[in-house]
Design a protein around this ligand. Sequence first.
Ligand code: DGT
Ligand code: CA
Ligand code: CA
Ligand code: ZN
Length: 570
Amino acid sequence: MARSLPRNDQIADQLDLLGDLLEIEGEASFRVIAYRRAATLIRDTPGPVAKLALDGRAKDLPGVGKTIEEKIVQMVDDGEMHALTKRKQLIPAGVVSFLRLPGLGPKTARRVWQELGITTLEGLRDAAQAQRLRGLSGLGPKTEENVLAALDAKPQATGRALLGRALPALLGVASVLREHPAAEQVSEAGSARRRKETVRDLDIIATASDPVALIDYFTRLQWVQEVVAKGGTKATVVSHDGLRFDLRVVPPECYGNLLQHFTGSKDHNIALREDAVRRGLSVSEYGVQEVESGKVFTARTEDELYRRLGYRFIPPELREAGGELDAARRNDLPELVELGDLHGDLHSHSTWSSDGRDDIDAMARAARERGYEYLAVTDHSHYLREGRFEAQRREIESLNVRLAPFKVLSGVEVNIRPDGSLDMKDEELAVCDWVMASVHSRVERGKDATDRVLAAMESPHVDCIGHLTGRRINRRAAAEIDLERVLEQALATGTFLEINSQPDRLDLRDTHARLAGEAGVKIVVSSDAHRTDTLAYVELGIGQARRAWLTRDHVLNTRPWPEIEPLLRR
Ligand code: DGT
Ligand code: CA
Ligand code: CA
Ligand code: ZN
């Protein structure tokens, strides 16, 4: 048996932690960025990176150089990267956890530690309560309030993988299983099928002519690191990148019942069963029993099952016990927006932003290949100073001559400053086709998070607010935003709100987007892509839009650009 290699997610976690520690130490930011970039890449790599590193081939991966490869080998040999071991001796673990609090960046974490001598979350709470944080310049009562609120909030979700990471893996496994000769039907199930933003484990339901053969094949796939359980009808495995998969092989005559059951959600199932009881039916994962006659009904498809129970088919994204059963019974389900409805993307970056990988030409061509008619290039305002703004407009203009009828929209992602003002001149914003405005620093000074956004919406140049709460799932909590006031202001000023499709943002989140849609605010589903291949992230955003009950009409960029232009305020 080979020695057990660190999984990709474990390698990525150590690199991320190393980045955090270096940042607290005040290390040059390009190294920090390099570690974080490598971590993201390694997390997304399908094969075992540790094995590549041992063969000296990990450095061939983009973003992984010789130093990082050496660090991975150190993990194999000693369990931990040496740099990490060293830094951990220098920085208390509690100080690292400060980074997870909203509004507390590495620089502040460092000062709280070095200038106030605080090294634990408890100590931080005491200092905030005793109003000692405001003694540091730049920190005020609001910081203390935020720290206390964050400490009182539930601990950050852990042990749940991002949908954006898990879903491609799940769809890949399902399609590999589908090709096996013993496989008949194969479907993803569980929270990933419902497109929930994070998932604990991944569920697959299948029918097979030879269940044992299919299960055996599943447990022997090359990406499997560990077989946790294996039986005649089901198995659980863990992949090299730390994802846990459950496969169940079920009888074809009740495939509909079991797929429905294992798609969940649990709350949806419970509500469904309670509703059925009132109609004299008892629902289990294996069938529906008429209580009076004792007759059992099984379903080969979910559609059949829902119909038997008196509902229209309910799309998986709606199965969260949020009124979908009533709506399905009344034949009043929304016609949910689909990926194919999108006509363009209104938030993207190019090499004009330092973290963009591909130039505008490449981004535009990739967008056109997706079937889009337009792409808004919205690089960050602070990279467009000293003549660069004008130069970029000229580049876009000449590209449009070449790419017509495809349209590159001349846009910008303007930063909202702490006082709510915009980080770019009105004259410049005025000549843009499309302006996204977003908050990128959450250190609250003066105005609170809601006021900043409300102020930005006052500008007639701002078309859309990007990633409203600034959350990074599993990393940074959402800013406390008064959604009701934001929605009111959006309606009053004609501003749109974004569902940012980055896997760790998905911001607006599903519940907020649903409220926005109900209020009548139009939503932009955008990729915020920094490279051609991440334009595809809109699939995740569309999943959240569907979870938010949004139809095609709710989503602005399901329209051709000539229909959007008259809706803008300028
Ligand atoms: P996860 O894995 O936490 O991201 O979320 P799910 O929804 O995938 O949950 P999981 O994998 O534990 O179970 C898959 C489905 O099985 C779940 O959505 C509904 C069904 N299920 C699991 N436990 C129960 C239960 O106790 N009662 C009912 N009615 N259904 C359950
Ligand atoms: Ca699951
Ligand atoms: Ca499961
Ligand atoms: Zn952006």
